[in-house]
Write a protein that binds this ligand. Sequence first.
Ligand SMILES: [Zn+2]
Length: 263
Amino acid sequence: MLVKQIWTGNAYRNFNYLIACSENGDALAIDPLDHQKCLQAAKDEGWTISLILNTHEHHDHIGGNEELVRQTGAKILAHKNAAGKIPGVARGLSAGDIVKVGRTVELEVLDTPGHTMCHVCLKSHTDQPALFSGDTLFNAGAGNCHHGGHPAELYKTFSEQLARLAPSTLVYPGHDYIENNLRFTLDREPDNVEAEQMLDRLAGQDPSHAYVSTLDVEMQVNTFFRLSSPTVIAKLREKFPDLPDEPDPRTVFLKLRELRNGW
Ligand SMILES: [Zn+2]
């Protein structure tokens, strides 16, 4: 499996992706908002884009579909319930479906509601797995739930699916928010040394050569996986004095998601 992360350089800080088969150069474009950059990258690598996958229905993820389809004839794949929200979906996806790219690449569909209610992530069947996480999981952060999402569903997705992935899983998110997210982590957990060191290292990084984390790293620096950290809980109690002594992780997650909105 060949992966190209494409930095759009737009105001929303979107990442687009190409995933290609090393044998025949067939490629899948994930959320190809910047269709020109995607086409140029495919041309540079000698790849042919035959599939588009939209992780979800927001415009900054589907806005490049029409032009990319016009120029390549690629088929659009998305969550089965997104068909009415994304024009031209050729194949609706359910949890456990396999998306094949060329002869060698297999990507497993995860149904991951929360940011929206028809969001999919893809997990590669490779020795070191990779997760293409759209707006569900960001480096050191989680998607918001303002536009068709639900925080309780996002918690379920984190706890029942993402947290159970192999620690070595590479994380390829839909946006570059790492710096801002690490600042939130440190606001909530000032003694998180890993997050502090990472922020020192990555502040001002060039997103066209972005750092790629693993799930193991996310467990250390992503507040939304650190729901039983005594510091996170103590700091949360400053904002929410009614928080019980040993709050359940769901409550902590929902309070953190709420705080992140106004941060
Ligand atoms: Zn979105």
